[in-house]
Design a protein around this ligand. Structure first.
Ligand code: KIV
Length: 270
């Protein structure tokens, strides 16, 4: 059975897409108008990422983004959506304990209109993930390059290249799934490692800089539209040239490329 084109995307749809090996497309959005364009292009999941700290607010990192700012942008995006599944990032330090995570995730759901919240981190986050899952809050975990830990990581660099790091990441992914995570984003990891994680997990694994063998792909909208002051990362693609400069066309081209698995190429992977 295929997803009827306009019925709202749910976690059940996303799990069924994984089972059918049908690639899931995800894009970030921060406002209602572009969220509507993305929704109309057939993107399954929209992420209000804390990347908004960098691409909207012009900051150096995502660390200063506040929960109130996330709620403000989530509300705008939610108003633009008709079909897509809405995921909202929990900003830095908004989930440092399980109780803080529960309080703040509830705000993102009640005030922001989120269908799912996303948080960065491995096994140490499993208490928070379990607490949210127990309360019926869907959680997307985020492993690999975790931008909120940029100062600890010493920069935005590929993660999991060494065997020991790769095994730790796989262990973290299994722990988070067991704690109740419903989805996993893998950022900047070798394609071979992402393929192993995707194989071992029953929840959808969405990659960004994680190669073609994930259950789906996510990119920052502004990279897809070729708007980037600090240089577009190697793992993303500017879809504007092939769309003749149309915003709608670029977003549609991204969705097509994810569905046809022509994105990412080996050159766009690690
Ligand atoms: O904040 C964000 O946009 C993200 C994506 C890059 C996955 O976390």
């Amino acid at each position: 059975m295929t997803t009827p084109e306009r019925s709202p995307v749910t976690l059940r749809h996303l799990r069924a897409m994984k089972a059918r090996h049908e690639p899931i497309s995800m894009l970030t959005a921060y406002d209602a108008s572009l969220a509507r364009l993305i929704d109309e292009a057939g993107v399954e999941c929209v992420l209000v990422g804390d990347s908004l700290g960098m691409v909207i607010q012009g900051r150096e990192t995502t660390l200063p983004v506040t929960l109130d700012e996330m709620i403000y942008h989530a509300q705008a995006v939610a108003r633009g959506l008709r079909r897509a599944f809405l995921i909202v990032d929990m900003p830095f330090m908004s989930y440092a304990t399980a109780e803080t995570a529960l309080h703040n995730a509830a705000r993102l759901m009640k005030e922001g209109g989120a269908h799912m919240v996303k948080l960065e981190g491995g096994a140490p986050q499993s208490d928070s993930v379990r607490r949210l899952a127990e309360q019926g809050i869907p959680v997307c975990a985020h492993l690999g390059l975790q931008p909120q830990s940029v100062h600890k990581l010493g920069g935005y660099r590929v993660q999991g290249r060494q065997d020991e790091d790769a095994e730790r990441l796989l262990g973290d992914a299994l722990t988070l799934e067991a704690a109740g995570a419903d989805m996993l984003i893998l950022e900047c990891v070798p394609a071979s490692l992402a393929a192993r994680v995707r194989e071992r997990l029953s929840i959808p694994v969405i990659g960004i800089g994680a190669g073609p063998d994930c259950d789906g792909q996510v990119l920052v909208l502004y990279d897809v539209l070729g708007i980037s002051f600090s240089g577009r990362p190697r793992f993303s693609r500017d879809f504007m040239p092939e769309s003749g400069g149309s915003l709608r066309g670029a977003i549609q081209a991204y969705v097509r490329a994810v569905r046809e698995k022509s994105f990412p190429t080996a050159g766009e992977s690690f």
